[in-house]
Design a protein around this ligand. Structure first.
Ligand SMILES: C[S@@+](CC[C@H](N)C(=O)[O-])C[C@H]1O[C@@H](n2cnc3c(N)ncnc32)[C@H](O)[C@@H]1O
Length: 235
């Protein structure tokens, strides 16, 4: 097994699924879907990312994973609920994760700060649940980065997605950006990964794009399917 895959495997399955108290997928890093962790690892490597940002830490399952898996990278997360932040901070401190910084903030503000501070941040957007859906403001705030949107409609029955006020989390999120990207990508549900996904319950889709960085690595990734935003809109 390739060294990076082994490292992902070992860290991923050592993270407790604290989010099970509320998350419909039972919690765990990236909704307990290791193929998403493998995709993130590929993207961090190919883009030589200099920081990782997650929005919406809840109880820190994904934050804990990212901080332990990438001890040499700064890992940022936030939540708008103070109790979630406090729990996640304590959890990371108990695990000795000194590279993680968790703030109690509204996610678009942190996205704006971090995406301006770093050259090639990986940004994982997972803030949901409150009355106000922050996704549009988060996307509008990104100066540059590799962007993954959680619970995105990838057009496959096995993968769930969010709906807020009747609006699905789908390509429209990218289309309404002030400067929409030309393309976005979704994981191919039939792609072969070096490790199987052990999530037998809910799996969420992921929408991926890049802002201010070369899109070539996404087009060349064997497990991603590219979509042309402009062509889809006029179809
Ligand atoms: C689905 S949970 C996140 C799960 C977490 N990423 C994980 O992998 O375990 C969504 C979280 O987003 C938080 N949230 C909602 N709106 C937010 C906002 N505007 N800014 C920051 N966090 C927000 C919620 O409080 C909740 O904890």
């Amino acid at each position: 097994m390739e060294e990076s895959v082994r490292a992902t495997f070992e860290v991923f399955y050592q993270v407790e699924r604290a989010g099970a108290v509320r998350l419909s997928d039972g919690g765990g890093p990236f909704g307990f879907d290791i193929t998403r962790a493998l995709l993130v690892d590929d993207l961090l490597q190919v883009y030589r990312c200099d920081a990782v940002l997650e929005t919406g830490c809840f109880l820190g399952d994904t934050t804990r994973y990212l901080a332990a898996r990438y001890p040499d990278l700064p890992v940022y997360s936030c939540d708008i609920v103070p109790e979630h932040v406090e729990f996640t901070r304590r959890r990371l401190a108990a695990a000795g994760c000194q590279n993680a910084l968790v703030s109690c903030s509204d996610s678009p503000a942190l996205v704006e700060t971090i995406s301006q501070l770093y050259e090639r941040p990986l940004i994982y957007l997972d803030a949901h649940w409150e009355d106000r859906w922050p996704l549009d403001a988060e996307l509008a705030a990104i100066a540059r980065g590799v962007v993954l949107v959680d619970d995105f409609d990838i057009g496959h029955a096995r993968f769930s997605f969010d709906i807020y006020g009747g609006r699905p989390c789908d390509r429209s999120a990218f289309a309404v950006m002030p400067s929409p990207p030309a393309r976005y990508w979704t994981p191919d549900p039939d792609a072969s990964w070096p490790l199987p996904c052990l999530q037998v319950g809910r799996r969420g889709g992921t929408g991926i794009t890049v802002i201010g960085l070369d899109a070539g690595p996404l087009d060349r990734h064997p497990a991603l399917t590219g979509h042309d935003l402009v062509l889809e809109a006029s179809a």
